[in-house]
Design a protein around this ligand. Sequence first.
Ligand code: EPZ
Length: 423
Amino acid sequence: MDAMVVTGGCRLKGRVRASGAKNAALPIMAASILAEGPMRLKNVPDLMDIRTMARLLGQLGVRVEREESSGDLLLESRSERRSVAPYSIMRTMRAGICVLGPLVARRGFAEVSLPGGCAIGDRPVDLHLKGLRALGARLDIKHGYIVARCRRLRGTEMYLGGPFGSTVTGTANVLMAAVLAKGQTVIESAACEPEVQDLARLLVKMGADIQGIGSPRLVVEGVDGLGGAEHTIIPDRIEAGTLLMAGAATGGDVVVEGARWNDLFALVHVLRDAGAVVEHFDDTIRVRARGTLRSVDVTTLPFPGFPTDLQAQAMAMLTKADGISVITEKIYPDRFMHVAELGRMGARIRKEGNAAVVHGTRRLSGAPVMASDLRASAALVIAGLMAEGRTTISRIYHLDRGYERIERKLAALGATIRRVKEK
Ligand code: EPZ
């Protein structure tokens, strides 16, 4: 297993480019099940989760290939005989659930393993099932699998909000089913995240009729079939946000290309409240910070609120801010695995229910720490860059699930960071 060794104390400076968005690419890849022709996807990041989704689609009769010359991902549904998404794959990547809607809509049958436990807390799929049932699918849970059957789905009105707001992959799943349903479907309380918008745009290119993209009310007129399409995946706002916070946390001057201002508005405000200077030109954002940041309160919310996928990184950044920051998690109330590890580096953080109170401290010191999940790993990298001495982060396979060669990007900004084999 690999570990990451970070030596802190340097101010990041320079320009990097964010890769394509993992969380846009995963459901978009699943949409290939719906297509009657080939799909070409550009700007798909080269990540473990993408390879896992390719493997899952392979099991479902979709040919997935990375074209060497262009780096594009080519997908084509070749056989509709196998519609089983096995536990062996689903337990490693929850986004595999996104094949459920397309399988039901296109093939009328699916057996998809329930995804299983997750370090960031409870992650039910009841809203996915609610939406698909509303469209007329018969769903049973048997031996850990969702077994789905239907004839042609039928359009209907549904409310997809849950106790923590809208659901991102739930909206994706139901949308991918509704596009082939007979008649009109109205999805109220749909997720508005840029990744859902990107999926909807791809579906429109394939021939779907979707109104209200980017709003919480999606209106879909079902069509009889969908063709292939070519699509460029949006840049990864979470990776871009992570790099921007790494820049601010180290008192640096960092320019991130592929950082869309409208996708990162909530973060921009947090950075500015913390005292950083943030500017943008087209899809490029520059952050500059000097000296100690100020404390800021951060509350995670569905888009356009502050993303839960940047909460851990924001906490790391604020560990050395002047004053007390309260970080409230409204999407995943238990997503605080990073608190204890940051504490091992000298951070003063007290967890209180779904909030963490961060007392800014003047110094962090490098320590051996352990990654618990994808974004917690990114937070530990940021903390390592801010700390005195050396931090060794083990179990970085979590990091590799969502960040494409992050050590190279950070090294290009002047960070002292390297990947080593763990003994
Ligand atoms: C997506 O997960 C992302 N994953 C997550 O990113 C992200 O943290 C999350 O959205 C929230 O933004 C992908 O896009 C592949 P949700 P998803 O359904 O869709 C509750 C990362 O680090 N809920 O929007 O699974 C749920 O428990 C990952 O890249 C229900 O109650 O999240 C949570 O409290 C981690 N019932 C809230 O809704 C349901 O049926 C939002 O979850 C579904 C969800």
